[in-house]
Design a binder for this molecule. Structure first.
Ligand SMILES: Nc1ncnc2c1ncn2[C@@H]1O[C@H](COP(=O)(O)OP(=O)(O)OP(=O)(O)O)[C@@H](O)[C@H]1O
Ligand SMILES: [Mg+2]
Length: 391
């Protein structure tokens, strides 16, 4: 959980996109001290531009002694050398210009990593707590790449260490959707088979600079797809899980052996349908196949994309056909293909668009919940240190 401390009533609205929904807005030093004392799940405190520097430094100094794992990030309307010096001396981890949301996202990501290390996790993220999410549909063109790229970009820009893996090995278009120029691809993992580790994985990723997302792209040559053994994919995902908070997997429109391997070690499966009979039939078949393979039903998150299209079939009809509730409805919007053509994911290009709102809801309410819960559980076992007379 994060705290945003600022006296302006608009602060939460202004920074919520980067901070995420598990953020509590507070407007006084005493309230911040009280919440820190009562809630050991708080990991980051972002101090807004309206808070006087001396008060911010006071909190940072106290936290440095009592809760060294707590990340304190200071937002200032103007960042000058005096402010920077005073803040860093007091123990503030980063000072960020208040109008630079992507710098705040990056600062949060770095700070979370440091917090995680100070809490004793290896590699910045607790071993095996990173969550693999596979986005799948047995029908092509329903929005798998749109969803996986946007969910991943959103998670990365709120400061979670996130990796997107393009498992559409022959026709993957994650790189082009994010305007990446990859120097390596998943095919390069083949040479590391059996000894792939954190530094090997780092050589495979391409950074999406605007969000801080890491991406393992599909091979340039579609012919290389058949030369990637399935165990390489499993090994890569296992290493990724140990080094990232989230690993999002985009897939081709069929149950290839690589897709099955990814489903097998995924904590969540996002299954997508649209309002047309073939898509719904294919979703039904995919769910039956997963049942047969023993894949747990409660790991599935059903998403209806282009859910407001007026084509005769209604969302209720889909629920009846698949006998499972829809978790998230994503509207149809021409802004989606427009953002793809610009190479800027819609969550960054048009954050207020209904598609962006639904995708953030999918990420925050259905995917992030579990990770946040785990972090809180871990912290609740720790003793309160932030206690003496700071109410
Ligand atoms: N909510 C939406 N509103 C409007 N257009 C959308 C929406 N979601 C996706 N699209 C468009 O639909 C097309 C297919 O989307 P996308 O490439 O994400 O599907 P896919 O399932 O990954 O396809 P494939 O199976 O070929 O990999 C794209 O042109 C995309 O811009
Ligand atoms: Mg695709």
């Amino acid at each position: 959980m994060n705290i945003l401390w600022d006296s302006s009533p608009d602060a939460l609205e202004r920074f919520r996109f980067v901070l995420g929904p598990d953020t509590q807005a507070l407007d006084s030093a005493s309230m911040v001290a009280r919440v820190l004392h009562d809630n050991l799940g708080v990991q980051q405190v972002v101090i807004g531009p309206e808070v006087p520097l001396e008060q911010a430094c006071e909190l940072a100094e106290a936290a440095r002694l009592d809760r060294p794992e707590l990340g304190v990030i200071l937002l200032r309307s103007r960042v000058d050398v005096t402010t920077l010096g005073a803040a860093l001396r007091a123990g503030v981890r980063e000072v960020v210009a208040a109008d630079d949301q992507s710098a705040l996202g990056e600062a949060l990501r770095r700070s979370r990593e440091l917090t995680s290390r100070l809490l004793g996790h290896a590699g910045g993220v607790a071993k095996d707590t990173g969550k693999i999410v596979t986005v799948f549909s047995a029908k092509g063109g329903v929005g798998k790449t749109t969803l996986s790229t946007n969910v991943a970009v959103h998670l990365a820009s709120v400061g979670l260490k996130t990796l997107l893996v393009d498992l559409d090995l022959a026709f993957g278009d994650v790189a082009i959707s994010l305007q990446l120029l990859p120097a390596s691809s998943i095919f390069d993992a083949v040479a590391m088979s059996g000894h792939l580790d954190e530094s090997g994985l780092a050589q495979l990723v391409t950074r999406h600079e605007a969000s801080g997302l890491d991406v393992v792209c599909a091979p340039n040559d579609p012919g290389d797809a058949d030369r990637i053994p399935v165990n390489v994919v499993t090994e890569l995902l296992k290493v990724a899980r140990q080094n990232y908070d989230f690993v999002i997997v985009d897939t081709p429109p069929s149950f290839t052996e690589h897709v099955l391997a990814a489903c097998d070690i995924s904590a969540s499966l996002v299954l997508i349908a649209t309002l047309d009979i073939p898509a719904v039939k294919n979703l039904r078949v995919a769910m039956d196949t997963l049942d047969m393979l023993g894949s747990p039903k409660d790991a599935r998150i059903i998403v209806l994309n282009k859910a407001d299209t007026k084509v005769g079939l209604r969302p209720e009809d889909v629920v009846t056909a698949i006998k499972t509730p829809i978790a998230v409805n994503i509207p149809n919007s021409l802004a989606v293909p427009a953002s793809v053509n610009r190479g800027v994911p819609i969550v960054l290009d048009d954050p207020k668009n209904g598609v962006s709102v639904s995708i953030r809801h999918l990420a925050d309410a259905h995917l992030r919940e579990q990770v946040v819960g785990e972090a809180d559980d871990l912290q609740s076992t720790r003793k309160s240190l932030f206690s003496r007379g700071r109410r």
